[in-house]
Write a protein that binds this ligand. Structure first.
Ligand SMILES: Cc1ncc(COP(=O)(O)O)c(C=O)c1O
Length: 479
């Protein structure tokens, strides 16, 4: 006894010893009243210093597992541990429609995942090699020095005030009139979208979106029981004639749009079309959720203002921003800019669900932004992604026989194949070590069987060239 402990270098030895003894007490190996070896004896058995044993015993006493009796030694406390036979529930019959559907729509579980050594075009997450970890570390230490105690405590549901103020200014710099508007900090776009749908839609409501669109947004709309109406995409954005017809013929609650570097097509809606879309929505008085997730990744050409900038003092646009693609996805920080009274209500919804987004994360991000790191990072990111985009486009044009290549930048392109099912193509490409996302997951009406999305952000040039060549060869040898 006590000699089989395997003390590693991962955590202090006294903690490992404390947990080891605690487990023995909890599983009945050390019964109440049993006397433990003296600290001297235990240190010999476990081959650690006596001090280490004294510290471990001390913590176990604090937690009520041991007690010491003067001149007699240390004993296991009289703790009540009942090991009863529990009963088993068949949880598969107990779960709700929501959870069942979330599970069935979970592509992480149901789509093929890449394995080590494969060339993967699946991800559109940022290239981790770009992360300026040292700048972030500095921001962390600087903010901790300024107000460490405060940012480790509870914060406000609406968000960390300095970050909100920064983002209000940031949105003004995009040409958005923020008068009468406010910001709610969220756990990325995903929570923002879910909060808005929870706040203003009921199951059965009709929602229009681009078709194809962001697969996570489709999943969330389905989980809310919404009726999803897709409108086809054109080279410069959503088809406005179809949008008008669908608005005319349906009682539509809201519209969801991704005007910049649309996922999955990579299309940037032209300024003219943004105006047209905005006027159509005005005419039918339908609010819009504008997803600005990739807006900053503009490589060339002049700045295109978000739709939120068109509504001036109107309040029909709910803009969702996110730092997931333009900075660090692990932070899970995004924001909703919308009408003040709507944000006021949504703040309560957010509080009821998760109190607030981590203050520590928000505060460190704020410090990082404040110190000018974001601008420097974005300059490097744009340059790198532009190179990768130009490479993948050139290589795809050269190697992949297809109907059309969609995409104007961002972190991905979409390929429309000519008479080939992309899932069948995927099966074949996997055999050659290449994986991508079949496009059908982005469609709301089971279309897109002949499309595939190629995310290039995390691949190096060699991977892009090799992967595209393989896809091209597989297609060229098709049947
Ligand atoms: C269209 C779109 N919006 C937003 C996001 C970012 O979501 P989040 O901020 O929850 O990570 C993504 C990520 O892929 C996306 O494709």
């Amino acid at each position: 006894m006590f000699t089989d402990i395997n003390i590693t270098k991962d955590s202090p030895a006294y903690l490992q010893i404390k947990d080891y003894i605690k487990e023995m007490i909890l599983n009945g190996m050390l019964q109440r009243g049993v006397k433990l070896p003296s600290t001297r004896e235990m240190s010999r058995l476990m081959k650690v210093s006596r001090n280490t044993i004294m510290t471990a015993y001390g913590f176990l006493e604090d937690e009520g597992f041991l007690y010491s009796s003067k001149n007699r030694g240390v004993f296991v406390s009289d703790i009540n541990i009942n090991h009863l036979n529990g009963f088993n529930i068949d949880w598969t019959n107990k779960i709700t429609r929501l959870m069942r559907e979330a599970e069935s729509l979970d592509i992480v579980k149901h789509e093929i995942r890449n394995s080590k050594g494969m060339i993967s075009f699946q991800s559109i997450a940022p290239d981790e090699k770009l992360f300026d970890v040292d700048d972030f570390k500095r921001a962390f230490l600087n903010r901790m020095n300024i107000e460490g105690n405060k940012i480790l405590s509870y914060g406000y549901a609406k968000g960390y005030r300095p970050l909100i103020e920064y983002l209000i200014k940031y949105m003004r710099n995009k040409g958005v009139n923020t008068e009468g508007k406010d910001i709610l900090i969220t756990n990325g776009f995903t929570e923002g979208f879910d909060l808005i749908l929870s706040g203003i839609t009921e199951a059965g409501d009709r929602v229009i979106c681009e078709n194809p669109t962001h697969n996570t947004a489709i999943k969330i709309m389905k989980l809310h029981g919404l009726e999803i109406i897709g409108v086809n995409m054109e080279d410069d954005g959503i088809n406005t004639q179809e949008l008008t017809e669908k608005l005319q013929n349906n009682n539509v609650k809201l519209v969801y749009l991704i005007p910049s570097y649309h996922n999955p097509t990579g299309v940037v809606m032209s300024p003219e079309k943004r105006l047209k879309v905005f006027n159509i929505l005005n005419k039918y008085e339908v609010p819009v959720i504008e997803d600005g997730f990739n807006e900053e990744l503009r490589y060339s050409g002049s700045h295109v203002a978000p739709i939120a900038a068109l509504c001036e003092n109107g309040n029909s646009v709910m803009y969702i921003g996110s730092f997931s693609k333009i900075l660090f996805p692990g932070l899970r920080i995004g924001w909703i800019l919308a009408d003040s009274s709507l944000i006021y209500s949504m703040e309560s919804l957010k509080r009821s669900r998760n109190i607030h987004t981590s203050v520590l994360d928000q505060a460190v991000l704020y410090q990082y932004l404040l110190e000018g790191n974001f601008e420097k990072y974005m300059r490097r990111a744009r340059k790198l992604y532009k190179e990768k985009y130009e490479l993948i486009l050139a290589k795809a044009r050269e190697n992949i026989p297809c109907k059309k290549i969609w995409g104007e930048g961002g972190l991905h392109i979409l390929i429309e194949l000519d008479g080939i099912d992309s899932r069948e193509l995927l099966e074949e490409c996997i055999k050659h070590g290449v994986i991508f996302t079949p496009g059908d997951i982005f469609y709301v009406n089971n279309n897109g069987a002949n499309t595939l999305r190629l995310g290039f952000s995390r691949l190096d040039n060699e991977g892009i060239e090799k992967g595209i060549k393989i896809i091209g060869e597989v297609i060229s040898n098709w049947r």
